[in-house]
Design a protein around this ligand. Structure first.
Ligand SMILES: [Zn+2]
Length: 477
């Protein structure tokens, strides 16, 4: 009898304990059966406002700088410019320019090891509203200067929070631009158990040549690139008659040699000032910016370390930027194929046929204006901007039996990390979307119970044309 008592008491105690432990989760679980896992928008660079001395009387927004800051900066340069014109003393002008850049961007410099300094913070908070649908997504913002592998921890906390808040076991990611860097860092660290599907929109997964070239001190202003930048930017940003008129204007200016003249003048200026601006401003401000380091493509990376960090780099900083570069960016192939192997639908959207920023040596790379197509597509073979492959070009990767060459003979997607899950949008400016993109993403989310490919929907083959005027993405012909 006593034994039985003892046994039942202990069983009772065990059960009580089990219920006590389970209770909190039962209380909050409230599973949602809406059928739509919540979407987390992993936003782009600048997603979180950065404050200096937040919540004190000295609080100031340091990123993005406010219009007034730029006005002040330009104002502070008027006298030096006039002096430069009069006395031609580039050295003095260079000092004023460095001072102005430091004034506006100086607070963004991280500590030597790549951590933020304690006076610069964000005000990002975990969400409290459980509302979720395909139209209502959560917004994850972060300090763009931070180590992506640290941001990954914050993203993981955000994911856990959104799951609990909405009563779903999984979330969806829609990563835009730099958000893709953070999502990749997250997958490398936390795997994909909590993620139903992921869209990468114009993400510098393999970097962007602008960051690589600038971190190697390579600046070049090319007249052809400047002209094309002006004219393609107009076509994509100002549709209709207004755009046509601007086009004519740009072409006329090019004919009279303005772009050549401008770049000759600017090029001369750049040659004279570049060393001073790098040493005095760009290197001190950006050398420990782990986020920008994540943008440096492999072909620039080791040279960039020499140029930006010199002979005695901070060891902790090197360790962390190497951890992202070699463990995430250079493992992108493995990480992305791992997602597919785990049954996670992936859509990589890579934009093409826009002239990239005309101030770097890589101005020939086809791009969306900001991220090179070969890097956002994670490995496509891409003809130089405005050029095509030779007429007898055949696709590089013959292991794949489908045709992955674009109708305009400019892109070979067979060399992508995920040739079946990479969509190209011609004439799309970096992260500039409209209803057509919304429809593409909605189709993806409505069907992401299984792995989707470029053959899943005839309306969305691998190569799409951006139709800005009608806000549509249509198959490229
Ligand atoms: Zn739900």
């Amino acid at each position: 009898m006593k034994k039985l008592m003892k046994a039942s008491v202990s069983i009772f105690l065990v059960l009580t304990m089990v219920f006590a432990l389970a209770a909190p989760s039962l209380a909050t679980a409230g599973k949602c059966d809406c059928g739509e896992d919540p979407i987390i928008y992993v936003a782009a660079l600048g997603s979180a406002t950065l404050y200096k001395d937040a919540d004190t009387e000295n609080e100031k927004v340091v990123f993005r700088p406010e219009t007034g800051d730029y006005v002040k900066m330009i104002g502070s340069l008027i006298v030096p410019i006039v002096k430069l014109v009069i006395d031609g003393n580039y050295d003095d002008f260079g000092d004023s320019l460095v001072g102005a850049v430091i004034d506006i961007f100086g607070p963004l410099a991280n500590a030597e090891n790549g951590d933020s300094t304690p006076d610069i913070t964000t005000k990002e908070e975990l969400p409290t509203d459980p509302t979720h649908s395909l139209e209502h997504s959560y917004y994850f913002g972060y300090d763009f200067r931070a180590d992506p592998l640290v941001v990954a921890d914050d993203l993981n906390e955000y994911v856990e929070h959104v799951k609990a808040l909405t009563g779903h076991d999984k979330v969806r990611f829609r990563a835009s631009s730099m958000g893709g860097v953070m999502a990749m860092a997250y997958f490398s660290k936390y795997g994909s158990d909590d993620v139903k599907s992921v869209i990468f929109q114009n993400c510098p997964i393999k970097g962007t040549a602008v960051a690589g070239a600038l971190f190697c001190g390579e600046v070049e202003i090319n007249p052809t690139a400047l002209y094309r930048y002006a004219s393609t930017a107009i076509t994509t940003m100002v549709p209709g008659a207004g755009g046509d008129i601007l086009q004519v204007l740009v072409k006329t200016l090019n004919f009279v040699g303005l772009f050549k003249g401008l770049t000759d003048f600017a090029g001369g200026l750049v040659d004279k000032l570049v060393g001073k601006v790098f040493d005095g401003a760009l290197i001190p401000i950006f050398k420990a910016n782990c986020g920008i380091w994540a943008f440096v493509p492999d072909e620039y990376y080791e040279n960039a370390k020499k140029f930006m960090l010199g002979d005695n780099p901070n060891e902790e900083l090197v360790k962390r930027i190497d951890a992202y570069h070699y463990g995430v960016q250079q493992k992108a192939d493995v990480i992305l194929n791992g997602l597919i192997a785990d049954g996670v639908p992936v859509m990589i959207v890579s934009a093409t046929n826009v002239q990239r920023t005309p101030l770097v040596t890589a101005w020939k790379n086809d791009s969306d204006g900001t991220v090179d197509t070969k890097y956002s597509s994670v490995g496509a073979t891409v003809a130089d901007h405005a050029e095509t492959f030779s007429a007898d070009y055949s696709q590089v990767n013959t292991a794949c039996t489908h045709n992955h060459i674009s109708p305009d003979n400019r892109i070979d997607a067979s060399t992508c990390a995920l040739p079946e899950q990479t969509w190209f949008v011609k004439d799309m400016m970096h992260c500039t979307t409209h209803d057509g993109h919304g429809e593409l993403y909605r189709w993806f989310w409505e069907n992401d119970d299984e792995i989707l490919t470029i053959r899943s929907n005839p309306a969305y083959p691998q190569f799409l044309q951006n139709d800005i005027e009608n806000q549509k993405l249509v198959p490229q012909e």
